[in-house]
Ligand binder design. Sequence first.
Ligand code: NAD
Length: 298
Amino acid sequence: MPEPNGVSVRPIPRSRGRAYVAAMTTHEFPAGTAHHAPRPPSPRLGEHTTRVDLTGRSAFVSGAASGIGRACALRLADAGAAVRLVDVDAVALAELADQGVGEAVVLDLTDLDAAEEAARGADIVVNNAGVQTVAPVQDFPPERFSLILRLMVESPFRVVRGALPHMYERGWGRVVNISSVHGLRASAYKSAYVTAKHGLEGFSKVVALEGAAHGVTSNCVNPGYVRTALVEKQIADQAAAHGIPEERVVSEVLLARTPLKRLIEPEEVAELVAYLCGDDASFVNGASLPMDGAWSAS
Ligand SMILES: NC(=O)c1ccc[n+]([C@@H]2O[C@H](COP(=O)([O-])OP(=O)(O)OC[C@H]3O[C@@H](n4cnc5c(N)ncnc54)[C@H](O)[C@@H]3O)[C@@H](O)[C@H]2O)c1
Protein backbone atom coordinates (compact mmCIF):
# COMPACT_ATOMS: atom_id res chain seq x y z
CA MET A 1 0.00 0.00 0.00
CA PRO A 2 1.48 3.42 -0.88
CA GLU A 3 2.34 5.48 2.18
CA PRO A 4 2.09 9.29 2.29
CA ASN A 5 5.84 9.48 1.90
CA GLY A 6 5.78 7.34 -1.22
CA VAL A 7 7.18 4.19 0.37
CA SER A 8 5.47 1.07 -0.74
CA VAL A 9 5.00 -1.32 2.15
CA ARG A 10 4.58 -4.66 0.51
CA PRO A 11 2.81 -7.59 2.11
CA ILE A 12 5.41 -9.89 3.58
CA PRO A 13 5.71 -13.23 1.77
CA ARG A 14 6.54 -15.41 4.73
CA SER A 15 7.67 -18.33 2.60
CA ARG A 16 10.29 -16.41 0.63
CA GLY A 17 12.61 -14.66 3.03
CA ARG A 18 15.43 -17.02 3.82
CA ALA A 19 16.04 -18.31 0.31
CA TYR A 20 16.04 -14.80 -1.04
CA VAL A 21 18.56 -13.68 1.54
CA ALA A 22 20.80 -16.63 0.85
CA ALA A 23 20.87 -15.65 -2.80
CA MET A 24 21.68 -12.03 -1.98
CA THR A 25 24.29 -12.36 0.69
CA THR A 26 27.39 -14.27 1.45
CA HIS A 27 28.03 -13.82 5.10
CA GLU A 28 31.28 -15.51 5.50
CA PHE A 29 30.85 -16.05 9.16
CA PRO A 30 29.52 -19.14 10.67
CA ALA A 31 27.71 -20.80 13.38
CA GLY A 32 29.10 -22.01 16.66
CA THR A 33 30.52 -19.10 18.48
CA ALA A 34 33.69 -19.51 20.39
CA HIS A 35 33.77 -17.56 23.59
CA HIS A 36 36.75 -17.46 25.83
CA ALA A 37 35.66 -14.54 27.92
CA PRO A 38 32.48 -14.17 29.89
CA ARG A 39 29.67 -12.43 28.06
CA PRO A 40 28.90 -9.00 29.40
CA PRO A 41 25.40 -8.53 30.70
CA SER A 42 23.22 -7.56 27.74
CA PRO A 43 21.03 -4.56 28.32
CA ARG A 44 17.39 -5.55 28.39
CA LEU A 45 14.60 -3.45 26.99
CA GLY A 46 13.83 -0.61 29.32
CA GLU A 47 17.12 -0.97 31.19
CA HIS A 48 19.50 1.07 29.10
CA THR A 49 22.50 3.08 30.15
CA THR A 50 21.58 5.91 27.77
CA ARG A 51 18.38 7.85 28.35
CA VAL A 52 17.20 8.92 24.91
CA ASP A 53 13.67 10.02 24.11
CA LEU A 54 12.88 9.67 20.40
CA THR A 55 9.14 10.10 20.74
CA GLY A 56 7.79 11.68 17.57
CA ARG A 57 10.84 10.70 15.50
CA SER A 58 10.80 8.25 12.61
CA ALA A 59 13.81 6.02 12.07
CA PHE A 60 14.91 4.13 8.94
CA VAL A 61 17.08 1.12 9.84
CA SER A 62 18.62 -0.92 7.02
CA GLY A 63 19.49 -4.56 7.57
CA ALA A 64 17.01 -4.51 10.46
CA ALA A 65 16.23 -8.23 10.30
CA SER A 66 19.42 -9.46 11.94
CA GLY A 67 22.40 -8.71 14.14
CA ILE A 68 23.34 -5.08 14.73
CA GLY A 69 20.45 -3.70 12.66
CA ARG A 70 17.94 -5.73 14.64
CA ALA A 71 19.43 -4.54 17.92
CA CYS A 72 19.32 -0.93 16.69
CA ALA A 73 15.70 -1.28 15.60
CA LEU A 74 14.71 -2.68 19.02
CA ARG A 75 16.66 0.01 20.85
CA LEU A 76 15.30 2.93 18.82
CA ALA A 77 11.75 1.58 19.11
CA ASP A 78 12.26 1.31 22.86
CA ALA A 79 13.32 4.96 22.87
CA GLY A 80 9.97 5.86 21.29
CA ALA A 81 10.85 6.14 17.59
CA ALA A 82 8.54 4.88 14.86
CA VAL A 83 10.93 2.47 13.15
CA ARG A 84 10.94 1.54 9.49
CA LEU A 85 12.50 -1.93 9.35
CA VAL A 86 14.21 -2.41 6.00
CA ASP A 87 15.69 -5.72 4.85
CA VAL A 88 15.41 -8.46 2.22
CA ASP A 89 14.60 -11.02 4.91
CA ALA A 90 10.82 -10.96 4.86
CA VAL A 91 10.35 -13.67 7.47
CA ALA A 92 12.54 -12.07 10.14
CA LEU A 93 11.03 -8.66 9.43
CA ALA A 94 7.54 -10.09 9.88
CA GLU A 95 8.53 -11.43 13.30
CA LEU A 96 9.76 -7.99 14.38
CA ALA A 97 6.70 -6.26 12.99
CA ASP A 98 4.47 -8.77 14.78
CA GLN A 99 6.24 -7.83 18.03
CA GLY A 100 5.32 -4.19 17.39
CA VAL A 101 8.91 -3.08 16.80
CA GLY A 102 8.07 -1.20 13.61
CA GLU A 103 6.84 -1.23 10.06
CA ALA A 104 8.36 -3.88 7.78
CA VAL A 105 9.64 -2.75 4.40
CA VAL A 106 10.91 -5.72 2.40
CA LEU A 107 13.49 -4.30 0.07
CA ASP A 108 16.67 -5.23 -1.73
CA LEU A 109 18.79 -2.18 -0.98
CA THR A 110 20.83 -2.69 -4.14
CA ASP A 111 17.72 -1.40 -5.89
CA LEU A 112 18.97 2.15 -5.46
CA ASP A 113 15.84 3.99 -6.59
CA ALA A 114 13.73 1.96 -4.16
CA ALA A 115 16.25 2.54 -1.36
CA GLU A 116 16.08 6.31 -1.85
CA GLU A 117 12.30 6.25 -1.94
CA ALA A 118 12.04 4.12 1.20
CA ALA A 119 14.04 6.67 3.21
CA ARG A 120 11.83 9.67 2.48
CA GLY A 121 10.36 11.26 5.59
CA ALA A 122 12.84 9.68 8.03
CA ASP A 123 14.24 11.80 10.88
CA ILE A 124 16.87 9.18 11.66
CA VAL A 125 18.79 6.97 9.24
CA VAL A 126 20.85 4.00 10.37
CA ASN A 127 22.81 2.68 7.41
CA ASN A 128 23.63 -0.81 8.56
CA ALA A 129 22.98 -3.48 5.90
CA GLY A 130 26.17 -5.18 4.83
CA VAL A 131 27.72 -8.39 3.59
CA GLN A 132 31.22 -9.81 3.54
CA THR A 133 33.28 -11.81 1.08
CA VAL A 134 36.78 -13.05 1.85
CA ALA A 135 39.17 -13.73 -1.03
CA PRO A 136 42.58 -12.54 -2.22
CA VAL A 137 42.41 -9.61 -4.64
CA GLN A 138 43.49 -11.65 -7.65
CA ASP A 139 40.66 -14.12 -7.05
CA PHE A 140 38.01 -11.66 -5.87
CA PRO A 141 34.90 -11.96 -8.08
CA PRO A 142 34.47 -8.57 -9.80
CA GLU A 143 30.67 -8.77 -9.71
CA ARG A 144 30.82 -9.38 -5.98
CA PHE A 145 33.10 -6.35 -5.52
CA SER A 146 30.54 -4.24 -7.43
CA LEU A 147 27.64 -5.55 -5.37
CA ILE A 148 29.39 -4.80 -2.07
CA LEU A 149 30.13 -1.22 -3.11
CA ARG A 150 26.57 -0.84 -4.35
CA LEU A 151 25.04 -2.13 -1.12
CA MET A 152 27.46 -0.53 1.34
CA VAL A 153 28.34 2.81 -0.33
CA GLU A 154 25.91 3.69 -3.11
CA SER A 155 22.82 2.58 -1.24
CA PRO A 156 23.67 4.62 1.91
CA PHE A 157 24.23 7.62 -0.38
CA ARG A 158 20.81 7.14 -1.96
CA VAL A 159 19.14 6.55 1.42
CA VAL A 160 20.60 9.75 2.84
CA ARG A 161 19.76 11.58 -0.39
CA GLY A 162 16.14 10.51 0.07
CA ALA A 163 15.99 11.45 3.75
CA LEU A 164 17.82 14.81 3.85
CA PRO A 165 15.08 17.08 2.41
CA HIS A 166 12.73 16.12 5.25
CA MET A 167 15.49 16.46 7.85
CA TYR A 168 16.44 19.90 6.51
CA GLU A 169 12.81 20.94 6.54
CA ARG A 170 12.51 19.97 10.21
CA GLY A 171 15.90 21.39 11.11
CA TRP A 172 16.82 18.11 12.80
CA GLY A 173 18.23 14.80 11.65
CA ARG A 174 20.55 11.98 12.57
CA VAL A 175 22.56 9.80 10.20
CA VAL A 176 24.40 6.91 11.82
CA ASN A 177 26.54 4.79 9.54
CA ILE A 178 27.51 1.37 10.84
CA SER A 179 31.06 1.32 9.57
CA SER A 180 33.65 -0.99 11.09
CA VAL A 181 37.17 -1.05 12.40
CA HIS A 182 37.70 -1.92 8.73
CA GLY A 183 36.66 1.65 7.91
CA LEU A 184 39.86 2.68 9.75
CA ARG A 185 42.16 -0.31 9.26
CA ALA A 186 42.65 -2.88 6.51
CA SER A 187 42.75 -6.65 6.71
CA ALA A 188 43.97 -8.96 3.99
CA TYR A 189 41.40 -10.72 1.79
CA LYS A 190 38.62 -8.22 2.49
CA SER A 191 39.26 -5.79 -0.36
CA ALA A 192 35.64 -4.97 -1.20
CA TYR A 193 34.54 -4.67 2.43
CA VAL A 194 37.50 -2.50 3.46
CA THR A 195 37.08 -0.32 0.35
CA ALA A 196 33.35 0.08 0.99
CA LYS A 197 33.78 0.96 4.66
CA HIS A 198 36.49 3.52 3.89
CA GLY A 199 34.13 5.01 1.27
CA LEU A 200 31.30 5.14 3.80
CA GLU A 201 33.59 7.00 6.20
CA GLY A 202 34.23 9.70 3.60
CA PHE A 203 30.58 10.01 2.71
CA SER A 204 29.60 10.31 6.38
CA LYS A 205 31.99 13.24 6.85
CA VAL A 206 30.64 15.09 3.81
CA VAL A 207 27.07 14.71 5.12
CA ALA A 208 28.31 16.02 8.49
CA LEU A 209 29.67 19.16 6.83
CA GLU A 210 26.60 19.80 4.68
CA GLY A 211 24.08 18.90 7.39
CA ALA A 212 25.59 20.90 10.26
CA ALA A 213 23.75 24.12 9.41
CA HIS A 214 20.47 22.19 9.24
CA GLY A 215 20.66 20.44 12.61
CA VAL A 216 21.66 17.18 10.97
CA THR A 217 24.57 15.14 12.28
CA SER A 218 26.31 12.25 10.54
CA ASN A 219 28.62 9.85 12.31
CA CYS A 220 30.19 6.44 11.93
CA VAL A 221 30.27 3.70 14.52
CA ASN A 222 33.27 1.41 14.13
CA PRO A 223 32.84 -1.96 15.82
CA GLY A 224 35.39 -4.72 15.96
CA TYR A 225 33.95 -8.24 15.79
CA VAL A 226 30.33 -8.32 16.91
CA ARG A 227 28.50 -11.52 17.84
CA THR A 228 26.21 -11.74 14.79
CA ALA A 229 25.44 -14.22 12.02
CA LEU A 230 27.99 -12.47 9.81
CA VAL A 231 30.81 -13.15 12.28
CA GLU A 232 29.65 -16.59 13.32
CA LYS A 233 29.80 -17.76 9.73
CA GLN A 234 33.32 -16.35 9.41
CA ILE A 235 34.44 -18.22 12.52
CA ALA A 236 33.19 -21.54 11.15
CA ASP A 237 34.71 -20.89 7.71
CA GLN A 238 38.10 -20.00 9.17
CA ALA A 239 38.04 -22.99 11.53
CA ALA A 240 37.48 -25.22 8.52
CA ALA A 241 40.08 -23.41 6.42
CA HIS A 242 42.79 -23.51 9.11
CA GLY A 243 41.78 -26.88 10.58
CA ILE A 244 41.62 -25.45 14.11
CA PRO A 245 38.80 -25.24 16.70
CA GLU A 246 36.50 -22.25 16.58
CA GLU A 247 37.79 -21.05 19.99
CA ARG A 248 41.24 -20.65 18.48
CA VAL A 249 39.86 -18.81 15.45
CA VAL A 250 38.38 -16.23 17.82
CA SER A 251 41.48 -15.72 19.96
CA GLU A 252 44.25 -16.26 17.40
CA VAL A 253 42.70 -15.03 14.14
CA LEU A 254 39.79 -12.66 14.69
CA LEU A 255 41.03 -11.06 17.90
CA ALA A 256 44.75 -11.33 17.19
CA ARG A 257 45.02 -7.53 17.05
CA THR A 258 42.42 -6.84 19.74
CA PRO A 259 43.64 -6.37 23.32
CA LEU A 260 40.13 -6.96 24.68
CA LYS A 261 39.54 -10.62 23.93
CA ARG A 262 35.82 -10.94 23.47
CA LEU A 263 33.22 -10.35 20.79
CA ILE A 264 31.00 -7.28 21.13
CA GLU A 265 27.28 -7.80 21.68
CA PRO A 266 24.93 -6.17 19.12
CA GLU A 267 23.14 -4.44 22.01
CA GLU A 268 26.36 -2.64 22.95
CA VAL A 269 26.57 -1.17 19.46
CA ALA A 270 22.88 -0.24 19.54
CA GLU A 271 23.42 1.67 22.79
CA LEU A 272 26.00 3.94 21.14
CA VAL A 273 23.70 4.37 18.13
CA ALA A 274 20.86 5.41 20.45
CA TYR A 275 23.11 7.98 22.12
CA LEU A 276 24.09 9.43 18.73
CA CYS A 277 20.39 9.77 17.84
CA GLY A 278 19.58 11.76 20.96
CA ASP A 279 19.70 15.49 21.54
CA ASP A 280 22.68 15.18 23.89
CA ALA A 281 24.81 14.16 20.90
CA SER A 282 24.07 17.23 18.78
CA PHE A 283 27.73 18.32 18.84
CA VAL A 284 29.06 14.89 17.91
CA ASN A 285 29.27 15.30 14.15
CA GLY A 286 31.57 13.93 11.47
CA ALA A 287 33.05 11.52 14.01
CA SER A 288 34.09 7.90 13.74
CA LEU A 289 33.68 6.15 17.05
CA PRO A 290 35.58 2.88 17.48
CA MET A 291 34.07 0.11 19.60
CA ASP A 292 36.91 -2.25 18.93
CA GLY A 293 38.47 -3.18 22.27
CA ALA A 294 41.48 -0.94 21.39
CA TRP A 295 42.28 -2.71 18.09
CA SER A 296 42.63 0.64 16.27
CA ALA A 297 44.62 2.11 19.14
CA SER A 298 47.56 -0.12 18.31
N1 NAD B 1 29.38 -8.41 12.84
C1 NAD B 1 30.48 -7.73 12.95
O1 NAD B 1 31.44 -8.17 13.54
C2 NAD B 1 30.58 -6.35 12.38
C3 NAD B 1 31.67 -5.57 12.76
C4 NAD B 1 31.78 -4.30 12.25
C5 NAD B 1 30.81 -3.81 11.40
N2 NAD B 1 29.77 -4.60 11.05
C6 NAD B 1 28.79 -4.06 10.13
O2 NAD B 1 27.52 -4.07 10.72
C7 NAD B 1 26.53 -4.20 9.73
C8 NAD B 1 25.58 -5.31 10.11
O3 NAD B 1 26.30 -6.50 10.24
P1 NAD B 1 25.76 -7.77 11.05
O4 NAD B 1 26.93 -8.43 11.59
O5 NAD B 1 24.67 -7.36 11.94
O6 NAD B 1 25.23 -8.64 9.84
P2 NAD B 1 23.98 -9.64 9.70
O7 NAD B 1 24.35 -10.55 8.61
O8 NAD B 1 23.59 -10.19 11.03
O9 NAD B 1 22.82 -8.66 9.21
C9 NAD B 1 22.90 -7.99 7.97
C10 NAD B 1 21.49 -7.73 7.51
O10 NAD B 1 21.57 -7.04 6.25
C11 NAD B 1 20.58 -7.60 5.38
N3 NAD B 1 20.95 -7.41 3.99
C12 NAD B 1 22.02 -7.91 3.35
N4 NAD B 1 21.98 -7.58 2.05
C13 NAD B 1 20.86 -6.83 1.87
C14 NAD B 1 20.27 -6.18 0.76
N5 NAD B 1 20.80 -6.25 -0.46
N6 NAD B 1 19.13 -5.48 0.95
C15 NAD B 1 18.55 -5.42 2.17
N7 NAD B 1 19.07 -6.03 3.26
C16 NAD B 1 20.21 -6.70 3.12
C17 NAD B 1 20.57 -9.07 5.74
O11 NAD B 1 19.37 -9.69 5.30
C18 NAD B 1 20.71 -9.02 7.25
O12 NAD B 1 19.45 -8.96 7.89
C19 NAD B 1 27.27 -4.41 8.41
O13 NAD B 1 27.36 -3.21 7.69
C20 NAD B 1 28.64 -4.85 8.86
O14 NAD B 1 29.63 -4.54 7.93
C21 NAD B 1 29.62 -5.86 11.52
